[in-house]
Design a protein around this ligand. Structure first.
Ligand code: SAM
Length: 263
């Protein structure tokens, strides 16, 4: 309980001082954190459940049998979701937290020293004080869980981050992230034209990504602001991943150099 109040205090302060990157008044509630950690808990992706499952889905050679997974949490804040991830981790999984705000980094380090849940994985957790945009891409992650407040960011920034997360994810891995229900609609109602246009274009990036790659979504009503949790698995880019593509139904799209679209 004391921990929770300490987290609320830090969050509220950072919300006021760094609204743009903090994006929420309070840390995520337990139900939202639980939903975000679904694939840490459940292991291999539930391809059969997936709305998007089809023969083009990339199947990782390492995921179903892998006993050790590399898990990345982006924007852990005070660690509300991190706790759920840790509880769901397998004994040899490794967890990397990338957080740009130094106040949150200090809070996470304090939890690592004092919170028994965090301390239970001291040897297998790494806190990276950095922006996700700057992470090296040489060792991909099997699971990525993101708490970034993407709806606050510029269109270019959202496009860059989606593309970056895709590059950071191992083939067949799952990216889980959330957005508050109807958040863009609600913000648009009280925004000026320029801001409405930004939200509309950010919404198109979400729609495009989710239409092509969403494997599952969970609605979490038991959160201060209800939220959708999106779970995304990128389809193989056939040549990159050595998967034979199915016979094309339509002419293949031109190579995409514009990061505002995802294929
Ligand atoms: C909405 S809060 C989510 C915090 C926590 N995951 C939760 O659900 O309670 C967003 C977090 O993302 C962090 N953040 C924002 N932009 C970031 C970036 N480019 N790279 C890494 N962290 C970032 C913020 O500092 C903040 O901790």
């Amino acid at each position: 309980m004391r921990q929770r109040w300490a987290d609320y205090r830090v969050f509220w302060r950072e919300f006021r001082q760094q609204y743009h990157t903090t994006g929420a008044l309070l840390p995520s509630g337990r139900a939202l954190a639980f939903a975000l950690a679904r694939f840490v808990r459940d292991g291999a992706p539930h391809v059969a459940e997936s709305a998007a499952a089809d023969s083009e889905m990339a199947v990782s050679p390492r995921l179903p049998h892998a006993s050790s997974r590399r898990i990345l949490e982006v924007g852990p804040g005070t660690g509300a979701v991190t706790g759920q991830i840790i509880r769901a981790m397998r004994p040899s999984d490794r967890l990397f937290l990338v957080e740009r705000n130094e106040q949150f980094v200090a809070q996470l380090r304090a939890r690592l020293a004092n919170d028994p849940t965090f301390a239970s994985v001291t040897e297998r957790i790494e806190i990276l004080h950095a922006s996700v945009e700057d992470l090296p891409e040489n060792e991909p992650y099997d699971l990525i869980i993101s708490g970034l407040p993407l709806n606050n960011f510029s269109v270019d920034s959202v496009a860059r981050i989606f593309a970056k997360l895709r590059r950071l994810l191992a083939p067949g891995g799952t990216l889980s992230f959330f957005e508050y229900v109807a958040v863009r609609k609600a913000k648009s109602l009280v925004s000026r034209r320029g801001e409405r246009e930004r939200l509309r274009r950010v919404g198109r990036l979400f729609d495009d990504l989710l239409a092509k790659h969403e494997a599952r979504r969970d609605l979490v009503l038991a959160n201060v602001t209800p939220a959708w949790v999106h779970h995304v698995r990128f389809r193989a880019r056939s040549t990159e991943q050595g998967v034979r593509p199915p016979a094309p139904r339509a002419p293949p799209p031109a190579p995409c150099h514009d990061e505002s679209s995802y294929d």
